[in-house]
Write a protein that binds this ligand. Structure first.
Ligand code: VG1
Ligand code: CO
Length: 555
């Protein structure tokens, strides 16, 4: 293909956050904004890129189709030999990871701002996943940022837009675009991980109904093929399952605030036995039972504790990992199993090294991210199938119409054995950046004056610090990963600024408290945590600094 070198100039602020580069859509649509970043990525990859196969897909949001064409031209211009593109530029994040691994591609680009709303006035985003299907490590994202500050040329191939609506191959002179089924490789992989017949058996029971809410986002493309066609769930088991460019005006974030419709169904009368939702790009999940919510920190612990229901783990669990703000429920399971355990910073990119080194089988984040080492991304549908497997396994011997072991029963049983880590996260979205910075400075001062033994309210400090992680595999260091107060009784309060927003600052406050007293286990988390939350607000002066009376989202 003919390649033209187009002049460009660096654009400020193209630094990736927790998960790729996210900005307002109109920023990305500005002249060369997207092209500069993609060129910088390709420059970072350098000679390794020449003759390679890359994967391209996204969550179906507004601007993805146009962006895909720009990326294809830059890929060809920079020497990529072949790009595998999901049909209509669709690939859920875990599916992209699966395709990179299955097809042994060099890497992949995912066009998504995940759970952030989409549309011309909302957010757009892009991220790069490497050869193992894992989000690019900071060593790569730092280099990309470096190139964005000096980029002067775009290497663009010249060809007409490629048809991405039909599965098949387009051969251009020395460059191939193959449009693939976005579900196939992913479903094939999941079918090897799970006992699909076990799940089918559950879904065919008269006394078991489920609701999966795709929130008008990318899992809409996967829900019917997987739950209905492959597993035999009834058609009405999947809702909002047509991906829309603007997610139907919603916020495709599966939590108690934004997944309103599903929450109303699951907390209503005659609720189904199981409910779940996924986010914009299909890597998050929310798990609900009949009038019952499973907090994500518990979900990962419960999946790990019940891994015998999943054939993929038949050979045992290599290790378990969670992000720092995620509750310690998983730690207790790891201890009980006697397997290695790791605490990483927020963001999935830190789990990849552990998995490649065979030190981690299952991991999770409090932010509705759960996954395993079958791919290198968190995986919403995997989590749903994991829960369906566990429910099916627990009910193997219960006759249809008998006393079904419920999601709530599974949780209560888990807490009775391990104790309960009460957990809640408060988000203060879109605060003024200066206000958030002042609060952080104040907290750093409090930390400096809080050696072990200091009393903060009724709590005795065990450790107060700014979390810093040294990767046990490659020794790389990530500092400034969250201000944490760990108390002598094991309870914690943690403060972080979000790294996925597109404007302003979002403050996240994470609160955790452990109880092995069974009589408290039925309590609402907000009641169980009220005192510690009050202490956190007082210590941080959050309300004073931000002028906010309350959080915008509580999970
Ligand atoms: C948030 C979550 C983090 C998650 C990240 C990407 O990051 O807290 O746990 O890995 O989003 O998820 P932050 O920096 O805003 O707290 V997704 O589904 O948006 O790719
Ligand atoms: Co996501």
């Amino acid at each position: 293909v003919a390649v033209t070198t187009l002049p460009t100039a660096p654009i400020e602020g193209q630094k990736t956050g927790t998960s790729g580069l996210r900005k307002k859509t109109d920023v990305f649509m500005g002249e060369n904004y997207l092209a500069n970043w993609v060129q910088s990525l390709f420059s970072t990859l350098g000679e390794d890129l020449k003759g390679s196969t890359m994967v391209l897909g996204g969550d179906g949001r507004y601007f993805n189709k146009e962006a895909a064409q720009v990326i294809l031209k830059l890929a060809a211009g920079n020497g990529v030999a072949k790009v595998l593109v999901g049909q209509n530029a669709i690939l859920a994040t875990p599916a992209a990871s699966a395709v990179i691994r299955t097809k042994k591609a060099f890497g992949g680009l995912i066009m998504s701002a995940s759970h952030n709303p989409g549309g011309p006035k909302e957010d757009w985003g892009i991220k790069f996943n490497y050869t193992g299907g894992e989000p690019a490590p900071e060593s790569i994202t730092d280099q990309i940022f470096g190139y964005t500050q000096s980029v002067t040329e775009l290497k663009m191939a010249e060809f007409d837009d490629v048809d991405l609506t039909t599965i098949g191959t387009t051969e251009l002179d020395g460059f191939t675009v193959e449009v693939i089924d976005p579900v196939e490789d992913y479903l094939a992989l999941l079918s090897k991980v799970f006992d699909m017949d076990l799940i089918k058996g559950l879904l065919s029971r008269e006394d078991f109904k489920m609701k999966f809410d795709a929130m008008h986002a990318v899992t809409g493309a996967y829900a019917k093929p997987i739950f209905v066609d492959a597993l035999g769930a009834s058609e009405d088991s999947v809702v909002n399952n047509v991906p829309a460019e603007d997610f139907n005006g919603g916020h495709p974030d599966p939590n108690l605030t934004y997944a309103k419709e599903l929450v109303a169904t699951m907390f209503g009368e005659d609720a189904p036995a199981f409910g779940a939702a996924s986010d914009g790009d299909g890597d998050r999940n929310m798990i609900l039972g009949d009038n019952f919510f499973i907090t994500p920190s518990d979900s990962v612990a419960m999946i790990a504790a019940n891994a015998e229901a999943i054939p993929y783990f038949a050979e045992g669990i290599k290790g378990l990992a969670r992000s720092m703000p995620t509750s310690g429920a998983l730690d207790r399971v790891a201890k009980d199993m006697g397997v290695p355990f790791f605490e990483t910073p927020t963001g999935w990119k830190f789990f990849g090294n552990l998995m490649d080194a065979e030190k981690c089988s299952i991991c999770g984040e409090e932010s509705f991210g759960t996954g395993a080492d079958h791919v290198r991304e968190k995986d919403g549908i995997w989590a749903v199938l994991a829960w369906l497997s566990i429910i099916a396994y627990k009910n193997k011997d219960v006759p249809d119409g008998g006393e079904l072991v419920t999601v709530k029963d599974i949780a209560m049983e888990h807490w009775a054995k391990y104790g309960r880590n009460f957990f809640s996260r408060y988000d203060y979205e879109n605060c003024a950046s200066e206000d958030a910075a002042k609060m952080v400075d104040h907290l750093k001062e409090v930390i400096a004056n809080s050696p072990p033994g200091t009393m903060i309210g009724d709590y005795e400090v065990a450790v107060a610090d700014d979390f810093c992680y040294t990767d046990p595999i490659d020794g790389s260091v990530a500092s400034g990963q969250g201000l944490r107060f760990v108390f002598a009784d094991g309870s914690r309060m943690i403060f972080r600024l979000s790294g996925t927003g597109s404007s302003g600052a979002t403050i996240r406050l994470y609160i955790e408290q452990y109880s092995d007293d069974v009589s408290t286990h039925g309590m609402d988390a907000q009641d169980g945590l009220a005192k510690l939350i009050a202490t956190a607000l007082e210590t941080s002066k959050l309300q004073e600094f931000t002028g906010r009376d309350g959080p915008t989202v509580i999970t």
